[in-house]
Design a protein around this ligand. Sequence first.
Ligand code: NAD
Length: 260
Amino acid sequence: MLKHKVAVVTGSTSGIGLGIARQLAAAGADLMINGFGDAAEIEALRAELASTYGVRVAYNGADLSVATEATGLIANTVRELGSVDVLVNNAGIQYVSPVQEFPLERWDAVIAINLTAVFLTTRAALPIMHERKWGRIINIASVHGLVASADKSAYVAAKHGVVGLSKTVALETAGSGITCNAICPGWVLTPLVQKQIDTLAVKENLSPEEAKTKLLSEKQPSLQFATPEQLGGLAIFLCSDAAAQITGIALPMDGGWLAR
Ligand code: NAD
């Protein structure tokens, strides 16, 4: 389905981004992967993706908290792979603290990576998509783009911002062949969430399994994590012709979180 298309997935060295990158490659897209990690491990991942799926895979280590690097990621993808047809804005960080103790430096970092970088990559990619009269922008927001939880002020503000930005881009691109949507996952077991499970286990003296169950039962009625593979499946659907008229939506995958 995505043969001769180029996909950029930010934050794809781990977790949800990697799950989405895998499915885009399986659908035939050439890939630009991005994110932090050990250089040798990233190179092994890049080579494994290329050989498993028979597509071109490049890596760019842009730090998305730096505006020139976020913009440069798109320019570099065009230079190395020739286009940007699918942009998945996935990179994100979390910081947990009550507002009155929230460090400004952490607030700035969360907003820069989770929101401003989405604006910067989108702004850089749109002219290329308009030229080709086709594009898919998929922003990995969160249920926290639609509802709040205590102690996650910067994250909730950024993710609500991503949902709003996605709607604006959808309006500005309507009818052009480009769509822009937000996906809103509930809990997905990735390094980002494992950190929160570990903190809960220590704080409440729970075993790792008990902490996992507690985390899920507070928010996610299915008591099951969504998976990076399932999120990849949804991203593939949003790239399909069947989804050509789906734009400007915030689509939850949350085991019932928002139904409560
Ligand atoms: P993760 O920590 O496993 O992966 C985050 C990725 O982003 C990594 O590849 C990391 O290297 C990269 N990254 C972090 N800072 C970066 C920066 N400055 N520049 C470039 N790359 C950077 O996290 P995840 O759980 O897979 O989260 C992915 C996205 O999904 C995030 O936007 C997160 O907010 C969102 N999300 C996650 C969950 C969940 O339960 N895990 C739920 C809802 C939304």
